[in-house]
Design a protein. Structure first.
Length: 149
């Protein structure tokens, strides 16, 4: 299973980062501009879990995933079914306070492709050390940094 890990920083407090990652309201595609509104669907939400379908427009990929944030400071989303990666594939965000305020986010991306598009996407993510994933997260963080809480 291809795996990439990287770190990023944001001026947002850890609580706000976790809140953004676990916001499953109808606003989610606006919070995370990289999400494809047409693929977004919420199946269930609980105190520390949610089951949702999300995707990207280009390439047109989607995954039904189970989010879990029961471990403090960690949000994990694991694939249940998808048109590009195998069940059990996951992404984890480990959020902690930054040294100068804000947050440090350590991302673990581990996805097994299940289609031709998935293999190309996985190869690109591995070769760029997660640049597309980092760019997607950065878009959301940057937008939130520009908007008061």
């Amino acid at each position: 299973m291809p795996r990439v890990e990287f770190d990023m920083s944001t001026t947002l407090a850890p609580e706000r980062v976790i809140a953004m990652l676990t916001d499953f309201s109808e606003r989610r595609p606006q919070v995370w501009p990289g999400l494809w509104e047409g693929a977004y669907q919420v199946y269930s939400t609980g105190d520390t879990t949610a089951e949702v379908r999300e995707g990207n427009k280009a390439p047109k990929v989607w995954a039904r995933e189970r989010y879990d944030w029961s471990e403090p400071g960690v949000v994990r989303w694991e694939v249940l079914e998808s048109n590009f990666c195998k069940p059990g594939s996951f992404v984890e965000a480990h959020v902690s306070p930054g040294q100068a305020g804000g947050s440090r986010v350590h991302v673990v991306w581990k996805r097994s492709p299940s289609s031709f598009v998935g293999r190309i996407a996985a190869a690109m993510i591995v070769l760029t050390r997660g640049a597309p994933v980092k760019a997607s997260l950065s878009q959301g963080f940057n937008k939130a940094e520009a908007t008061p809480a």
